[in-house]
Write a protein that binds this ligand. Sequence first.
Ligand code: HEM
Length: 193
Amino acid sequence: MNIAMNVPDQGSRLQRFKDATTSEHGRLDQRIMDGRPFESRERYGMFLRVQYGFHATVDSAYQDRRLNALIPDLAQRARLSDVERDLADLGIVPALLPAAPAFDLPEALGWLYVAEGSNLGGAFLFKEAAKLGLDEAFGARHLAPHPEGRGLNWRRFKADVDAIQLTGEEDARAMAGARQAFHYVHELVTSIF
Ligand code: HEM
């Protein structure tokens, strides 16, 4: 990564990402909820396939060596194996996925913002899944809160990402990565539901 110190402080990077993707998030929420993912375990299985497509794609960002040096617990945050166990709990074999795109480091940060943020917002989804008898030990592992709590876990991630020095151009690529991730998930929802 080309590390530069010449970017004026524009406040929290992740707050800017949030502000820039609010409408993408709103459209995605709406599209997912229109698919009635908590109506039955069968429909929840469709949501799990979406999560599998997303987490399998973003997984390489979680495993990136340089990013793990900047965000110390990054690899442990990955939820792909939890999604895989949730699928197995429900007896679902996911379809083969196309090869994951190769991210550069700023783009990967944008994708990670979307994946980690979705865990922050996952409290509601976890409660809905509970109504189907699913929990952190069966079927909804990937929606469970981090043992230290969703809020604290999110604030640690946010502080680490905000502290990374990027040029203005790299920062813009990271934001584009966040948009790309939302669009990717939206397309998965459209193709699966
Ligand atoms: C896989 C699909 C989803 C993705 C990728 C996603 C992504 C995100 C992201 C990135 C954030 C963090 C925003 C921030 O504070 O910067 C977030 C928060 C949130 N999301 Fe989602 N989301 C998804 C599905 C949903 C659905 C279906 C709902 C509910 C209908 C939902 C409800 C929320 C809520 C309520 C928050 C705010 C949490 C808080 O501030 O405590 N999300 N989500």
